[in-house]
Design a protein around this ligand. Structure first.
Ligand SMILES: *Cc1c(COP(=O)(O)O)cnc(C)c1O
Length: 386
């Protein structure tokens, strides 16, 4: 049987046409398609501004810089994330602190956030793990009391929404409880530009800062310049990078964005097929979706007895199913251990990591694909893998 990957992008003839058309335009980078993609993203997310980057890693780097992370300042984040969420703080000479997670949800434990309120913390960076929304209301309350900036890592969560105690619903990316929100357009995520990312914000000053950071710290806006030598003139006001996304990538993103709502429905359907079967399987549970979250179903994580995790994982791989484990707690990485994290043991993250297996979810999956995955899990647990 064909290999079933844990994630798979959807590329249509319309996407190909959009990219080819963009490649024949006068400007294939720094052109008008970047602005169009940014406007469409901002509108989709419900934010005033979006700034496109060539990865979510670059987006996080820029967002932390705009939030004032640097030497002596730290970012407080979840250890259940891709290393980029933490690394971006180190790029700036800042440091990282890890909260624990709730092992039942995989999300930052809101009750643990204030316990790590060291003086150095400048930014709290919740991660919408698997596409479910972190406890934004609670995190924002601590951040407000502590005067921290909030930067969401929404690499998994484009299209997710959440409910707050005042009875309102919010879109991830609208920044109702954050200063900035970062998205990824890597092919494993819901929508792709090959590589790519974006930051949304409602703050004009942060918006200006993000745009400068993306392009060498340079501005051409006379209002930002110290003086003006003439029409050719620009000024570098800070140290920035080349983190730009090309116009043909933005054309792909625009074309993909039209189909995102349908994909989110398809992902929810796949998750529902899993839910029904996992509920009836002894020895297998799934991550709990918090009551406030209407997630984007980026990952489907099952949990098994840690003593049998390896057997189930091997069984899935042997059956041609792209199982995965998201994530190895970041503080366990040798680089982080070398930098003083050896003893940063977070019991919730450890318990979660020992038991977790990610099984495939992508929009084109069928109910029989789900049957196949669940069947292999069941047989692996019975010790009769074929
Ligand atoms: C994918 C991912 C990133 C990094 O995104 P890139 O676009 O690959 O740089 C950051 N955080 C999380 C949680 C991710 O899953």
């Amino acid at each position: 049987m064909a290999f079933l990957p844990y994630a798979r992008q959807e590329i249509s003839d319309g996407d190909v046409t959009a990219v080819v058309t963009a490649l024949r335009a006068a400007l294939i980078t720094q052109g008008p398609t970047v602005d169009r993609f940014e406007k469409a993203l901002a509108e989709f997310a419900g934010a005033d501004f979006a700034v496109a980057f060539n990865s979510c890693t670059a987006a996080l780097h820029a967002a932390y810089a705009a939030a004032g992370v640097g030497p002596g300042a730290s970012v407080l984040t979840s250890p259940n994330t891709f290393v980029a969420t933490a690394n971006a703080a180190l790029y700036l000479g800042g440091s990282v602190r890890f909260t624990d997670i709730d092992p039942e949800t995989g999300l930052m434990d809101a009750d643990d956030v204030d316990d790590h309120a060291e003086a150095s913390v400048r930014v709290v960076a919740p991660v919408h793990f698997g596409g479910e929304v972190a406890p934004m209301e609670a995190i924002a309350a601590v951040a407000e009391a502590r005067q921290w900036r909030v930067v969401e890592d929404a690499a998994h969560a484009i299209g997710a929404t959440y409910h707050t105690s005042d009875g309102r619903d919010h879109r991830v990316g609208a920044c109702a409880h954050s200063d900035m929100c970062c998205f990824s357009f890597h092919p494993a995520k819901q929508l792709t530009t090959g590589e790519g990312g974006a930051v949304t914000t409602n703050d004009p000053a942060l918006y200006a800062r993000l745009k400068r950071f993306r392009s060498h710290g340079i501005t051409r806006d006379a209002a930002e310049m110290t003086h003006n030598d003439g029409p050719w003139y620009y000024e570098q006001l800070e140290l920035g990078y080349n983190y730009r996304l090309t116009d043909f990538q933005c054309a792909l993103g625009l074309s993909q964005l039209e189909r995102l709502p349908g994909w989110l429905e398809a992902r929810a359907r796949v998750a529902g097929w899993y839910d029904a079967r996992v509920a009836a399987m002894p020895g297998v549970s799934r991550l709990i979706r918090p009551r406030w979250s209407r997630g984007a179903h980026h990952l489907y994580v099952i949990r098994v007895d840690p003593a049998r995790r390896r057997t189930v994982y091997d069984g899935l791989l042997a059956a041609g199913i792209g199982a995965n484990v998201h994530y190895i707690p970041v503080y366990r990485q040798p680089y982080y251990q070398q930098h003083g994290f050896a003893r940063t043991n977070r019991p919730g993250a450890e318990a979660y990591y020992a038991s977790a297996i990610t099984v495939p979810v992508f929009p084109a999956m069928t109910e029989s694909d789900v049957e196949r995955v669940v069947g292999v899990v069941a047989r692996s647990l019975e010790g009769t893998t074929r």
